[in-house]
Design a binder for this molecule. Structure first.
Ligand code: ZN
Length: 223
């Protein structure tokens, strides 16, 4: 075993205790914050998206930075919530009943490109996404797809290449795996997702994203 200094060791074990399955340095998210956002989401309409920034307090715990904002999920599935004010690197938004319960391609792309944290709250749990790599893995992804010599239409830019991959992961590992082709009703879809909440389908999805974009971190926490 490698020699570790006393200082490093005590710091590590203290953190490990505090954060359990979280990675060191990740801010903490406490139950009251989750409950508060869940309540805001339930009180709003099924198509109302809420979004904003978090800030981190001295105890490394996330707090909502007031104010936060509201938008709508349109008929075509577009999300319109816009954040204003000075940005922090901790983004949050909701996916209410009428939205998909998993992150959109753009949600994931934003995290990779801007190296931010993103928390997505749904009625049945929340996603934590983070990436420390940024532009580099987007470029690498494009290189890799080139090498694979995909017969599919070749993506023009690094961005569209990454979005293409994200779209196919969302489609095959969520939409199709959860049988959303046949289930149309939003509440029914959520029920199905809930049944799978701590099951292999979600783990496969998380691992596929993290494998495809090394440095990306994706975690689902069921409520
Ligand atoms: Zn989203």
């Amino acid at each position: 075993m490698k020699q570790r200094s006393k200082h490093q060791h005590s710091k590590r074990s203290k953190r490990a205790k505090m954060l359990s399955d979280k990675r060191p340095d990740d801010p903490l998210i406490d139950a009251s914050l989750i409950a508060h956002i869940e309540k805001q989401m339930v009180d709003a309409s099924d198509s109302t998206e809420i979004c904003g920034y978090f800030e981190v307090d001295s105890g490394n715990t996330l707090k909502i930075r007031e104010p936060y904002y509201k938008g709508t999920i349109t008929e075509t599935g577009r999300h319109t919530c816009q954040r204003h004010g000075h940005p922090t690197k901790y983004l949050w938004h909701t996916h209410p009943i009428n939205a998909k319960f998993y992150p959109s391609e753009e949600d994931i792309y934003t995290v990779i490109k801007h190296k931010v944290y993103s928390y997505i709250f749904t009625p049945i749990g929340y996603w934590t996404l983070h990436c420390q790599e940024g532009e580099r893995i987007i470029k690498q992804t494009k290189q890799r797809t080139k090498k694979r010599g995909s017969k599919k239409r070749r993506a023009k830019s690094s961005k569209s290449s990454s979005l293409q991959i994200l779209k196919s992961i969302n489609k095959s590992l969520m939409h199709q795996a959860l049988d959303y082709r046949t289930i149309r009703d939003p509440e029914e879809r959520l029920e199905v997702a809930k049944e799978h909440s701590s099951q292999p389908i979600i783990h496969r999805y998380e691992s596929a994203l993290m494998r495809e974009f090394p440095g990306l971190y994706v975690q689902w926490t069921p409520l």
